[in-house]
Design a protein around this ligand. Structure first.
Ligand code: CTP
Ligand code: MG
Length: 388
């Protein structure tokens, strides 16, 4: 007789303002649903996890659970299709289970990825008291009761109000019976069905961090909480050689000399790659694209940037700003500046306002001053997933 967690994930997230259903939105590199499954699985008392998903979302679901460990995947049951309302989705999930396999059930919103094992255990421990237990929080705002026309009727005593969270825990037959008896009554949580039938529901301490991601602001705040700001730099030098152009920020600029390099010798893009690698402990560009490897001969450095950006995304990172300084006596980049910025914007996904591109001569001093080559320095600011 086991404890099963039912995660309802069949909603459309109309209020969240994201480009798809909110449970499949990526937060610091991992989908909300994968985070929620991991958070639920962190509670050892839960034997298996049943997700309820939208019939259109099977591919999104398969992609979302890819990142989960084999141990967690083993506890995941095959997803069940949900319904048009949360209540119908819960009902669909409950209908797929039997008394024999499920004694206790925890019903959880996929949109609450920050639930802690301590909260889940408090709920599980309180279920035997009445067969139903929910996490609840005192309300910190003063709450107003409104009439249909929007006018305020009254101000209930805040000390007697609680905001209900999930997971809500029940003896399985109790909540299945309540859902079956109350199909015609619309509610936004499961405990209210037990209450309506006269059953007792025990509140335990919820957690402020266990928010339900609902609005666009919730996503902004969650991303902010999961990531931190880093500043990193990259630096590259190439000597001039034979040729009639140099490549800078992916743009070919006519010149009396070329660049001595295995690839296209783009000092700006190489320095950009190193700045990105510096934010994720990924070494330097030479480790990823060794000059000794013939496949990178004359390679366009945009390939290297695309790879660095992909690694960055896989680490839950995003670029915020990219500031480039080129040291060069010649060629002048003025006529090419706009094209270079546009290309950097295309390669990094940054807006043009978030890209700095400066060039300076070195007043004829040193190797650059003698016209022997080019130097680029790139400083980037990034948001990266916080270390656990
Ligand atoms: N849910 C569900 N099936 C539905 C509606 C909602 O499984 N037909 C799930 C959601 O996926 C979510 C949880 O119930 O995990 C809580 O619902 P809510 O926050 O309202 O999510 P959505 O219905 O997706 O969002 P919205 O109401 O803004 O459209
Ligand atoms: Mg909803």
């Amino acid at each position: 007789m086991s404890v099963i967690a039912l995660i309802v994930a069949a909603g459309r997230g109309e209020r969240a303002g994201q480009s798809g259903p909110k449970q499949y939105v990526s937060l610091a590199g991992e989908t909300v649903l994968a985070r929620t499954i991991r958070a639920i699985a962190a509670c050892k008392a839960i034997d298996s996890i049943q997700c309820v998903i939208h019939a259109d979302d099977h591919e999104l679901y398969a992609a979302a659970i890819k990142s989960l460990s084999p141990a967690i995947k083993k506890r995941l049951r095959k997803p069940i299709n949900g319904g048009a309302t949360r209540q119908q989705s819960v009902m669909a999930g409950l209908s797929g289970l039997t008394d024999a396999e499920c004694k206790t059930i925890l019903i959880h919103d996929a949109a609450r990825p920050f639930v802690s094992p301590a909260l889940i255990n408090r709920v599980i421990d309180a279920i035997p008291l009445a067969g139903a237990a929910i996490p609840a929080l005192p309300v910190s705002d003063t709450v107003k009761l409104l009439a249909d026309d929007g006018t305020i009727i009254s101000t209930p005593d805040r000390t007697t109000l609680r905001a209900a969270q999930t997971p809500q825990g029940f003896y399985f037959p109790l909540i299945l019976g309540a859902h079956q008896a109350m199909v015609d009554r619309e509610t936004t949580d499961d405990a209210s069905l037990v209450e309506a039938l006269g059953g007792r529901v025990v509140p335990v301490a919820g957690e402020r961090s266990n928010i339900k991601l609902t609005t666009p602001e919730d996503f902004v705040m969650a991303e902010w909480a999961l990531t931190e700001s880093l500043t990193t730099m990259g630096y590259d030098v190439h000597a001039f050689g034979e040729g009639d152009h140099v490549t800078l920020a992916g743009i070919q600029i006519p010149h009396t000399r070329g660049i001595l390099a295995h690839s296209d010798g783009d000092v700006i893009l190489h320095a950009l790659c190193d700045a990105i690698f510096g934010a994720i402990g990924a070494g330097d560009i030479g480790q990823h694209f060794p000059p000794s490897d013939p496949q990178w001969k004359d390679a366009p450095s945009s390939t290297f940037v695309a790879y660095a950006m992909k690694l960055l995304r896989e680490h839950g990172g995003t670029l915020v700003n990219c500031d480039v300084t080129l040291l060069a006596e010649e060629p002048r980049i003025g006529p090419h500046r706009e094209a270079m910025i546009e290309n950097l914007s295309r390669l990094t996904g940054l807006s043009k306002q978030r890209i700095g591109l400066k060039a300076t001569t070195t007043e004829k001093l040193g190797a650059v001053g003698r016209g022997e080559g080019l130097v680029a320095q790139v400083i980037t600011t990034l948001r990266i997933k916080r270390e656990a």
